[in-house]
Design a protein. Sequence first.
Length: 617
Amino acid sequence: MSAKPLTTKNTLILIWNVINFVRKLILNIIFFPILFIVVVAVIAASATDKEVQIEDGSALLLNLAGKIVEQKTELAPLDAVMNQGNDRDENGEILLAEILDTIDSAAQDSRIKALVIDAGDMQSGGLTKLEAIGRHIIEFKKSGKPVIAMGAFYDQYRYLLASYADTIYLDKQGQTLIEGLGNYPTYYKSALEKLKVNTHVFRVGTYKSAVEPYIRDDMSEAAKEANRKWMNDVWQVFTATVAQNRGLEPRDFQLQGADYITALKNSQGDAAQMALNLKWVDKLVTEEEFRQEMLALVGKAKKGHSFKHIDYYDYANLVAPTPSIVPTEGIGIVVAKGNILNGDQPAGTIGGRSTANLLKKARFDDKIKAVVLRVDSPGGSAFASEQIRQQVLALQAAGKPVVVSMSSLAASGGYWISASADYIYANPATITGSIGIFGMVTTFEDSLAALGIHSDGVATSDIAGVSVTRALPESFKAAIQMHIERGYHNFISMVAESRHMTLEQVDSIAQGRVWSGIEAKKLGLVDELGDLDAAIGKAAELAKLTSYDLRVIEKELSPEQKMLQAVLGSAAAYLPQTTIKMSTTEKLMQQLNKVAEDFAAFDDPKNVYLYCEACSI
């Protein structure tokens, strides 16, 4: 027995689908003829197109733009052209694994003399991802090559990356803002009451706060307690990391509002000077002064007036590894990134069927001897989560160990798909746990009645014809609550069995509460603190592999899709910038799409969800 999907969700999705269909129709009509011309131009130009060259003694300019992700979101070919005409896209995505490989290659490349960090257009994607990049920068330093950071404005995530540099430059008119972590959701209870919308919530777990915005006007004390704990843990990781990198103390970065005012007064209101006084940065420069500093370090480029350097995106394309032609025994990596939805989902989102199929693919591949499941998810559908976990069990039954590597977050459904692994790694700042479950059904009978719209009729039972236009029968609400309670019992039972704990032990740390990786290790929810490399090493150990290949298990494209992607990807570089840049209308469409996607995330057939609302830091 299950309730019908939310009307609000369906309405938003319908509106977006109509708008998106019209948008794509217009784009296809206008741009397919243009694309044909462009493709011909690409073929003609390819004969004379020169390969990117690296001057000896160049700096690698780590000018990352966009959000750092474990897996890129899959785009339709035409959308890929429109959004990726320039590889450097502040609204796009950057693959973490590619960044790490590129830095490692630069460390061994005799043509690269230095690394210059320019994170002005970077979005973090999570503290743990920036720490992973930082660890590879530390390895880069061992080559004896200097690392320099330059920025006009450092927020705390950009600053975290910059802190790994030997020298941090800040523009004289710039600012470094380190403010801490906060979580202030929007609450709708009073607004829903005024709109006469009835929200029926079913949950188990004192700390399962995902539904609080719909039933409260403020954060509960239980949610405040849980959020305060994990945020303090994560903030301590941040301040300890930047302090170690800068040779300072964590307290030097734990400023309250009054501390900021004092530091700013001591700098006569000059934010850049304040950062210098606090030793957060090493030198204040203008753009021209920085250019002169770099000219002195690496010399002038053959063309133009800049210092010798190669752009990250150009260098990444040059050093990208060639896929292995002859498969060898190895470890498969399956990325589970995003909300957990039902059915087949594109890359960048977890699908109950599609992600399960990737694990199944690894199971039936004789060359894959172990699997690392890289999880970066706040959860979602309980049904889809269990589909994925069943394939983890099937891999183990086939004699192939599964090691989980938690990225920025692996909470609720993200923890469900992780719990049964042979070994679990989390980063200290990973957000995990949130072992709880909830259901929610919104009905609009009072809203409609206020408009003079009513629903009436007959049925063979009191639970037949349940609709969002009518009040929910008490028996129906009781049935959903029983589903939720059963789901919670299944959750803690599964965790207890997988983690070799008692039901009472799991229940005491569950209740929907979110934990940092540090606390999760203490509580036994994870086995060890470590990154993806540690997880790969553990998988090799469990599979008794001394030498092995790494292979990312991905959804395969058809030959036609591969050809179209290759052609359009090349053609995009020749499109006019006015065509490529995202317009204001496109940005609005993107926001509408995001709202629709948020509602679409609640697609469980039983309206039972394993989702962490707090996992947004």
